[in-house]
Design a protein around this ligand. Sequence first.
Ligand code: SF4
Ligand code: FES
Length: 292
Amino acid sequence: MSTQQQEPESQESPQDPEMKGTESPQQRRLKEKEEGMVDEHAEEEAEAAGETVHIKVFRYDPEVADKQEPRFDDFHVPFEKGMTVLDAVMYARDEFDSSLTFRHSCRQAVCGSDAFFVNGSQMLGCKTQLSELEQPVRIEPLPHQEVVKDLVVDMDHFYDQMHAVEPYFQDEDTPAASDLEEQRQSPENREKIKMSSRCIWCGACMSSCNIAAGDNEYLGPAAINKAYKFAMDDRESEEIKEHRLRILEQEHGVWRCQTQFSCTEVCPKDIPLTEHIQELKREAVKKNLKFW
Ligand code: SF4
Ligand code: FES
């Protein structure tokens, strides 16, 4: 049997002219380049015509002699309508310096891998239009995280905090498999936790939080929001909810939050993080849990 499968006719092909309107400028340029349609002097002409964006990108690599001292590199990227910060750094990498390192994947604000510090604020590169930013556009790795290389930070501590709140459903009396029933959630309860379930683990909120910057053990807004999603879900028992609140009301839990709203301001998914943290504090008080 052949292992090759024919592509369904409806599958989107990069060669499909119908798709032209949905391509990003960077994707279109790469395709035109492959097809030999790019004029060698187009970049110089664009720059001469002033149709470029000036980006300053943080550079650091502990393994390369001339990059061990952190610095900013300047790139002048030909501008096209609709270009994002991610498009610009991809262009800089593809056309000017292949060693420029950063994370990205979905390019649709879904994977959370390209959170950068742009002009002094945490944001997703793929969601941020260059046309909305002052030039030169300064692009740095997320603050308060160890830089691995260029725009790449070490996310291990962030993931540890996310896992510390036990982000999975729990039931102390799990019935036998044969007795399991579908666990339904009311539309009202779904509505209540809807926003908290939108987190894409980008780390922007944690990076923006002054408290997290000064207290490495603080669970941080993303992990507390993750705990909120489960603690407020009616499908878990009251006992499990109390267990969750006990994790959250520890010395480095919800009481560390000083309601500065920086996390809420930068969250690319508009999750009301500060509100969720405050609600969990109220729940802890109602249950007579300890104040720190
Ligand atoms: S809560 Fe928002 S800012 Fe924080 S990790 Fe999730 S999506 Fe990113
Ligand atoms: S590339 Fe996936 S969120 Fe930006």
